[in-house]
Design a protein around this ligand. Sequence first.
Ligand SMILES: NC(=O)c1ccc[n+]([C@@H]2O[C@H](COP(=O)([O-])OP(=O)(O)OC[C@H]3O[C@@H](n4cnc5c(N)ncnc54)[C@H](OP(=O)(O)O)[C@@H]3O)[C@@H](O)[C@H]2O)c1
Length: 270
Amino acid sequence: MTVTAHPTTASAAATPATAMNATAMKKVIILGATSGIALEVQRQLARQGCELLLVARSPQRLAELQADLLVRGAQQVLTYSADLASIQQHAAIFEFGRHTFLDFDTVLLAYGSMHNQKDSETSVDVLLEELQVNFVSAAAILTLFAADLERRRTGCLAAITSVAGDRGRRSNYVYGSTKGALSIFLQGLRSRLHPAGVRVITIKPGPVQTPMTDHLPNSARFADPEQVARDIVRALERRSPDVLYTPRIWRYIMTAVQQIPETIFKRLSF
Ligand SMILES: NC(=O)c1ccc[n+]([C@@H]2O[C@H](COP(=O)([O-])OP(=O)(O)OC[C@H]3O[C@@H](n4cnc5c(N)ncnc54)[C@H](OP(=O)(O)O)[C@@H]3O)[C@@H](O)[C@H]2O)c1
């Protein structure tokens, strides 16, 4: 689906009190601002008085978010509607950020899709769409922002991958492989940008209660997006970690999962 790029802007009428208390003012670009996880991140950043540039597909949802985040304390909220899977639209998104959201310091990539695994096994079109949304387009747009931050020798790039990318499982290896590829991409990008002082954060959530997962069994037991967002905001603010597992227990779970020998792992039906 292609949506025409449509920039809109708005600023808070008056500087909210929360902004005056903020210790480190941030200008954050969110790619995929309507995601369940991003919504919570944005609310927390708004409470800190951050300035935000939200990129997502739906102009209507962007307008609603803009109004909500200004009320919650964001100093400025700009919006830009675009289909992020469409690489042809990336240059315009980047230029809008560069010229209209001057000296932004943080970019969070939060969009993604998780098709039914069976559909990706039977349809190459579905498989390619998953790769395009979660990896190809993500690597493409991060490359634009990486060059800018590298040139300015400042800032932070963060992207949401998944614990599903740590090991290929029978039941979701297509989605998992897109996230695994993105994690490897970020790892290399981190090393490239390290000499320029640009941070690159790989965010690996376990299952989270969002629209992406609400059809899954046991989704009520998945992590609270507010908790996941708190971990993400903390990681954006501080100098560590490079790879964030959230909730934290997933670091230990995935360490154990990665130890299972392949000869056993291939027999597991999950
Ligand atoms: N929920 C989990 O359990 C979980 C676990 C690990 C990782 N993640 C990852 O976390 C990220 C956020 O997902 P979520 O859990 O918050 O799910 P979500 O609420 O379903 O969010 C997915 C977002 O991606 C956006 N999107 C998809 N294709 C797009 C495109 N072509 N252009 C622009 N936006 C597009 C959707 O936009 P629309 O609103 O326009 O549809 C939606 O806002 C994803 O990368 C996901 O893979 C999620």
